[in-house]
Ligand binder design. Structure first.
Ligand code: 5GP
Length: 207
């Protein structure tokens, strides 16, 4: 455990196909002291994914055990599979002074808000529905039925942006990453978060 002040919690949500995971992976590469939390999921591993890297892949039974044991900060059933964030993983990082970003769906974000956990939420929108559909169709091997299901979910999720503290439009990767970086830097600089450092500086004026 370090003497650093506690880290901050950020939530990033977006309809699937918006590119949020790519954005946040890039963000944590370039921002010191920002870590992405690794979720648990019961969905089958996709080609190219790695257990313990992309997700912690567990069975439905193991996931239900985590729910029962109250080990999850938030969880949701998304497209028929469970997804969730382990409370102790996040607490360990935050207690160590690291800022943590959760890439989670709108149901999970609602739970964190309802539990009164201090956080900053960011919603990522695609430039348009057509762009989203092109991206989803480009990367997916889903059946047409599954695609329609994802598109319908995207339509209903997009209007949830109103519940978030910030909204960014992912029109171009690098400039969107810069906007996310600016939001995080601004949140770190809020007066109540800067008070311990500011007070130490003010004290040095009293010589
Ligand atoms: P995918 O299966 O495409 O990786 O993710 C499907 C959806 O689940 C995405 O919207 C993603 O943000 C969401 N998701 C991933 N991890 C979590 C989590 O830990 N909690 C919640 N609530 N949603 C998650």
């Amino acid at each position: 455990m370090s003497n650093r002040p506690r880290g901050l919690l950020f939530i990033v949500s977006a309809p699937s196909g918006t590119g949020k995971t790519t954005l946040v992976e890039r963000l944590v590469q370039i921002m010191p002291n920002l870590r992405m939390s690794r979720s648990y999921t019961s969905r089958p591993m996709r080609h190219g994914e790695r257990n313990g890297v992309d997700y912690n892949f567990i069975s439905r039974g193991e996931f239900q055990d985590m729910i029962q044991a109250a080990r999850l900060l938030e969880w949701a059933d998304v497209f028929g599979s469970y997804y969730g964030t382990a409370a102790d993983d996040v607490e360990r990082l935050i207690a160590d002074g690291q800022d943590v970003v959760l890439v989670i769906d709108v149901q999970g974000a609602r739970q964190i808000k309802a539990h009164g956990v201090d956080h900053t939420s960011i919603f990522v929108l695609p430039p348009s529905f057509d762009v989203l559909e092109q991206r989803l169709r480009g990367r997916s091997k889903d059946s047409e039925d599954a695609m329609q299901c994802r598109l319908a979910a995207a339509r209903s999720e997009a209007s949830s942006y109103v519940d978030y503290n910030y909204v960014v439009v992912n029109d171009e990767l690098e400039s969107t990453v810069v906007r996310l970086q600016e939001i995080i830097a601004a949140e770190r600089s809020r007066t109540h978060r800067m008070t311990p450092m500011a007070e130490a500086i003010i004290k040095s004026f009293e010589k």
